[in-house]
Design a protein around this ligand. Structure first.
Ligand SMILES: [Zn+2]
Length: 305
């Protein structure tokens, strides 16, 4: 291996953790190798030689750039790629279609996001997409599928088609459960309608599965998965209360409400995440009877019920 920033850590039971640098965010992402299977591929900038690391097949937890972006390069070096069926459909739609930046921008406009923030989104989207080299036509995975002895568990929330891989009490979990970061859960166009509801259910499921150890995409392994899942459920319950208390009889957009929840001082990119996160909470509140959605296809607003 030539990249000095790549590090390999030997974990329990023959699982190796390969840590790759990221230019942004948590600054690193973990991939895992067990037997000949590589779980997640990093963003694809200066990847290590996966073949030298003994990789024969690749499994993807979810289609976000830091997990799927290196898949094409990794696939060229090894063999088959396995990805969730829903996750691959969304991966193709977002990274593989020319007009996605315009479509997501239009959708943000319906939620009150102003023109300059949306224009920035379109420019960045077109600049970024060509670098996300996901692998085409993977073997599709579903709940209960198996990859090299690992059982596939669907854990929607952070991404609609997010998968976990479970074997002997170890759960390779992507960004479903992280030790120090609360995974982002946003509403996006052409996606499942209640991602926060999905996520809370996936966290309850994690408590039931009670894995002995969780290997996450960022940060250290998690020994107390149930405890961490309960903390994150509590966090979202509190945030639902904050979002609920921002509602009144006056119709407000997701953009307006994101200011009440996340403050005024955000970059355009942070604002987009804040709006998506606010909307996932609003849609959960609608389903709990604690918010009402109004408006039409061009202009969506929320009020107190
Ligand atoms: Zn990630």
């Amino acid at each position: 291996m030539t990249n000095a920033e790549v590090s390999v850590t030997h974990l329990d039971e023959g699982v190796r953790r390969v840590t790759l640098p990221l230019p942004t965010g948590p600054r690193h992402v973990h991939c895992y190798i067990a037997g000949g299977t590589l779980f997640d591929t990093g963003i694809g900038l200066e990847p290590p030689s996966w073949r030298e690391l003994g990789v024969e097949r690749i499994a993807i937890t979810h289609f976000h750039p830091d997990h799927v972006g290196g898949a094409e390069a990794a696939a060229a070096e090894s063999a088959s790629v396995y990805q969730g069926a829903l996750d691959y459909a969304q991966c193709e739609r977002v990274w593989g279609s020319d007009d996605w930046p315009e479509r997501i921008a239009d959708w943000f406009v319906t939620h009150g996001v102003p023109e300059p923030i949306v224009r920035d989104l379109i420019e960045q989207g077109h600049a970024f997409a060509p670098f996300i080299r996901f692998a085409r036509d993977p073997e599709l995975l579903y709940e209960g599928s198996e990859v090299d002895g690992w059982e596939v568990v669907e854990l929607p929330g952070h991404a609609d088609g997010h998968l976990g891989f479970l074997r002997d009490g170890a759960l390779i979990a992507g960004d479903h459960l992280l030790a120090r970061i609360t995974p982002a859960v946003g509403l996006y166009p052409e996606s499942r309608p209640d991602p926060l509801g999905d996520y809370l259910t996936s966290l309850e499921r994690t408590i039931e599965l009670a894995p002995r150890v969780v290997y996450p995409g960022h940060g250290e392994p998690i020994d107390d998965a149930a405890g961490r899942a309960k903390e994150i459920i509590q966090h979202h319950r509190e945030r639902l209360d904050v979002v609920s208390s921002a509602l009144s009889a006056e119709p407000l957009s997701g953009f307006d409400i994101s200011h009440a929840v996340f403050g005024d001082d955000l970059s355009p990119q942070q604002r987009r995440f804040a709006v998506a996160e606010t909307l996932s909470h609003l849609e959960r509140l609608v389903r709990e009877g604690r918010a009402a959605r109004a408006g039409d296809a061009r202009n969506v607003t929320y009020t107190a019920p």
